[in-house]
Ligand binder design. Structure first.
Ligand code: ASP
Length: 603
């Protein structure tokens, strides 16, 4: 059962050689008395030909019964394809193998869905693909994704090793520290009534590794978050997680720029330009309405607050009098937006608490809008100049508190770009990557419902040194030493310089985040203690590895780059997990179910 070549290897140079290929029957065509079997493996496919005039009857018959996806071993001689039958779409398309024997290693039953045609396969419903994931992963597009993922993982390890990083594994059975997302709990058999938690990230361990003198740590770390599955989230995902001692923010920027340069070269043979652009959190929101701006196109937010402060149009001047702002975007070429599209955008505005969405359509030399009649000539002039208004434009406004106004237009900006893309009016090359660092985040955000501050990144993030005195007097002004790396509107990762002084960390936990002292002790006591025995200044970052690979593969779904992902309903359709367990297992774990055991539970 030994092949001589893989299925993407044979070229005219091999003509005349006797070869053996192993793989799956990609397709079988019976043409003019001959049988053509395309044999496929991970690398590609090769055409083999069975000619009845050359072959013992039993071998020809074996070939003629073969169904798609059966596993075979074909031996034969490589020859030039006859004149006019080359297939320029595949690298082996100039040659074929004249079969002398075929071994059937495994017969495939009729398939639940067709996998040899990318057009057809891409339309198969995803639940089907996940149930039969082993078939789905055989598709060349999916095999390519897995291969690229593996290559990038290796390049990452090699790069970080060159930079002096040690790969250290941290525990999967951790302890509950419910600060961020909901955790998965694992009951302890040995300690009745006690639980481990699966780590949301190795954050605390990597900081402890710095106290342990490791200096440079990394890990392709599995992280677990029991969150309701929004569009493109997974319960478990992978991070390129790292931490370094004796560094400043600049060191992280340089390291990650170097890593991404290596990754883009390895995966796409592309040279990306560094250093990356940097934008403050304020500027990102103010100009793009989001903290992970897609900078491949403009449609920037324009501020009109001063122009409308004294306006007779009370919707605008009233919002300003309330401490708010007036902002607008110009979606060039979208004056023809349909009623439905305007409604969708209005719904976005309403989802942020706005009453409606003010807009102007510039059509046939006229400003079509119910609100224009309230504008003075000076206001119209300011709009025309600042928004560079021309025929065919669609102007959309937000009059609200600054953050809300930015976020409303940020969402609408992305929607407009999608519509313009679909109409062919906005063209973005597939290989364009606009990287940037978003920096100078506020350390804290305020939760109105709970009436308390929470950490914008996580509670271990250090404040900018000169802002520390403001912690007690004006917490919202304190900037964090936190950074996000963004590409094309996707947050690839984030991290921060950490607090390494136990007193500052305690202030953050107790005074700012208002975590009761006994809870601080129970959850983070060991960390505060560790910091008392020589903690070096340190910082780090984690990149979302699944999202990174999806970006490189040009797919919007991380499920396409994870071998065995879960569905939006948190199940694995192939293994049918989660599933009930036996009563004895529950007893051993000291667990009594409050819900009726699912029917399948064995007695
Ligand atoms: N642990 C953080 C996260 O998962 C990343 C970091 O701060 O290094 O977002």
């Amino acid at each position: 059962m030994k092949r001589t070549h893989h299925c993407n290897e044979l070229r005219p140079a091999h003509i005349g050689q006797t070869v053996t290929l192993t793989g799956w029957v990609h397709s079988r065509r019976d043409l003019g008395g001959l049988i053509f079997l395309d044999v496929r493996d991970r690398e590609g496919r090769t055409q083999t030909v069975f000619d009845p005039s050359d072959l013992p009857k039993d071998i020809f018959e074996k070939a003629s019964t073969l169904r798609s996806e059966s596993v075979v071993e074909v031996t034969g001689k490589v020859r030039q394809r006859p004149e006019g039958t080359n297939n320029s779409k595949i690298p082996t398309g100039e040659v074929e193998v004249m079969a002398t024997t075929v071994e059937i290693l495994n017969i495939a039953e009729p398939l639940p869905f067709q996998i040899d045609d990318p057009e057809v396969a891409s339309k198969v419903n995803e639940e089907m693909r996940l149930k039969y994931r082993y078939l789905d992963l055989r598709r060349p597009e999916m095999a390519r994704n897995l291969k690229l993922r593996s290559k990038v993982a290796t390049a990452t390890r090699v790069f970080l090793d060159e930079q002096g990083f040690l790969e250290v594994e941290t525990p999967i059975l951790f302890k509950s520290t419910p600060e961020g997302a909901r955790e998965f709990l694992v009951p302890s058999r040995v300690h009745p009534g006690q639980f481990y938690a699966l780590p949301q990230s190795p954050q605390q361990f990597k900081q402890i590794l710095m106290v342990a003198g490791v200096e440079r740590y990394f890990q392709l770390a599995r992280c677990f978050r029991d969150e309701d599955q929004r569009a493109d989230r997974q319960l478990e995902f992978t991070q390129v997680d790292l931490e370094m001692s004796f560094i400043e923010r600049e060191d992280i920027y340089a390291l990650i720029e170097g890593l991404l340069k290596r990754v883009w070269k390895t995966a796409l043979n592309m040279d990306i330009t560094t250093p990356f652009l940097r934008l403050s959190y304020f500027e990102a929101l103010n100009r793009f309405g989001i903290d992970k701006p897609d900078m491949r196109f403009g449609i920037e937010l324009v501020d009109l607050t001063e122009d409308f402060r004294a306006s007779t149009f009370k919707v605008f001047s009233g919002a300003i009098a309330n401490g708010g702002v007036v902002k607008a975007i110009n979606a060039k070429g979208l004056a023809g937006a349909t009623q439905g599209q305007i409604e969708t955008m209005t719904e976005y505005a309403k989802s942020f608490g706005a009453k409606g969405l003010a807009f102007i359509k510039v059509e046939s030399g006229e400003w079509k809008s119910p609100i224009v009649k309230f504008f003075s000539d000076a206001e119209k002039k300011a709009l025309t100049e600042k928004l560079k208004i021309e025929e065919g434009d669609l102007i959309l406004f937000a009059a609200d508190q600054w953050l809300n106004a930015c976020e409303i237009l940020g969402k609408i900006r992305l929607y407009c770009a999608d519509v313009l893309k679909a109409q062919g009016k906005l063209k973005i090359p597939a290989n364009q990557f606009n990287f940037l660092w978003v920096i100078d985040f506020p350390l804290l955000s305020f939760d109105k419902e709970q009436n308390r501050w929470y950490s914008s990144h996580h509670p271990f993030t250090a404040p900018v040194a000169e802002d520390v005195p403001l912690l007690k007097t004006d917490p919202k002004k304190v900037r964090g030493q936190h950074y996000d790396i963004v590409v094309n509107g996707v947050e690839l990762g984030g991290g921060s310089i950490r607090i390494h002084q136990p007193a500052v960390q305690e202030t953050i936990f107790k005074d700012i985040l208002q975590i009761p002292p006994d809870m601080v002790q129970a959850r983070f006591g060991y960390m505060l203690e560790a910091f008392k025995y020589g903690a070096p200044p340190h910082g780090g970052i984690a990149l979302g590895f699944d999202r990174l690979i999806a970006t490189l593969c040009g797919t919007s779904s991380i499920r396409d780059v994870i071998a065995f992902p879960k569905t939006a309903k948190a199940s694995d359709l192939m293994t049918e997990s989660p599933a009930p367990v036996e009563a004895k297992q529950l007893r051993d774990l000291h667990i009594q179910l409050k819900v009726a055991p699912p029917k399948e539970t064995p007695a």
